[in-house]
Design a protein around this ligand. Structure first.
Ligand code: PBG
Length: 327
């Protein structure tokens, strides 16, 4: 008997068979759309390094959030770009600060059609661009920052945010924000911890998107790209501190960490396909070097396959449209 007994290709012979044996599925509700809203502009402003993504006005933000809801995406994650910044990021917990005003507007627009989420971090609001407040020697003061995060979390919850994305990588941030929320009765406000957030170049285009003032880097608080175990430890600690959801970020270069975190915790695990991942595919597609739609779909499926229950992606609304076409 020389004829092969095993013919794995049998499972790939037709679209119908392939569909029937597919292991990983992506549906619109598993996608979350990050959006930028900028104070003091009348027209949306294009972000050169992220073709197709804009800094919204309050008005266009509201409309785009409604479109995302229409497309079936699971949520929107809002980032604010204030007109004025200071050392402590006081715009972050000011009820009239751009992010809080925008949150109220989006919640009023979309209601419960999707989960309105907010970035909880000081970097967009500080004049030095760091994710926390600085000590006298210029280092980021972890525990003083926790007080700012607690105030910011309360301001966001009061504005109607259903889920706070803690992206600052300060030690103890989940416990600090959870305690502040609970003390004010916001026991239902969800916390999603950017637990394994790695330092590096992949946030480059985002820095343009939020007009970042950062000089230097975030290597004293974001993780070293060489360390997988440390990322898993952070996720386990955040789950213990009361995080409802943990995240790995960036996504594609850290699929191993994502799979390890998925195995280590029993709460939802999300991944953030960050600005650099977005821009690389857009740039290659613009040159005609890669098929855009297939590359986007493959990248999202890979992130799901590695263990993400949901994905933050700038393609959320567009990809949700494709997924609905395929049903
Ligand atoms: C911090 C924050 C950043 C991103 C999300 N939240 C920037 C940073 O850590 O420098 C990056 C997202 C992206 O690159 O798409 N507020």
């Amino acid at each position: 008997m020389s004829f092969p007994q095993h013919r794995p290709r049998r499972l790939r012979q037709s679209p119908a068979v392939r569909r029937l044996v597919r292991e990983t599925h992506l549906v619109p509700s598993q996608l979350v759309l990050p959006m930028f809203v900028r104070e003091g502009i009348d027209e949306p402003v294009a972000i050169a390094s992220m073709p197709g993504v804009v800094q919204h006005t309050l008005d266009t933000l509201r409309r785009a959030a409604a479109e995302a809801a229409e497309a079936g995406v699971g949520g929107v994650m809002l980032f604010g770009v204030p007109a004025v910044r200071d050392a402590t990021g006081s715009g972050a917990d000011d009820p009239r600060g751009i992010l809080n005003v925008a949150t109220e507007a989006v919640v009023a627009e979309v209601g419960d059609a999707l989960v309105v989420q907010t970035d909880l971090c000081l970097d967009e609001f500080t004049d030095h661009g760091h994710c926390g407040v600085l000590a006298g020697d210029g280092s980021v003061d972890n525990d003083a920052t926790l007080e700012r995060y607690a105030a910011m979390g309360l301001a966001q919850a009061r504005a109607g945010s259903a889920l706070l994305g803690l992206s600052g990588m300060m030690d103890g941030q989940v416990a600090a924000v959870r305690a502040a929320l609970d003390a004010e009765g916001f026991t239902d406000t969800l916390i999603m911890a950017y637990s394994a957030k790695y330092a590096g170049a992949f946030y480059g285009p985002f820095r343009e998107a939020v007009d970042s003032q950062l000089k230097g880097d975030r290597r004293t608080y974001q993780l070293d790209p060489a360390n997988a175990r440390e990322g898993v430890k952070e996720a386990v600690m955040d789950a213990d501190e009361g995080a409802d959801i943990v995240m790995v970020k960036p996504a594609q270069p850290y699929l191993d960490v994502l799979a390890d975190v998925r195995a280590a915790v029993d709460i939802p695990v999300w991944a953030y396909q960050v600005s650099g991942e977005y821009s690389m595919i857009e740039a290659a597609a613009a040159h005609g070097w890669i098929d855009r739609r297939t590359a986007i779909q493959d990248s999202l499926l890979g992130i799901r396959r590695a263990g993400a229950d949901a994905i933050l992606t700038y393609w959320a609304a567009e990809a949700a449209g494709w997924l609905r076409e395929q049903l």
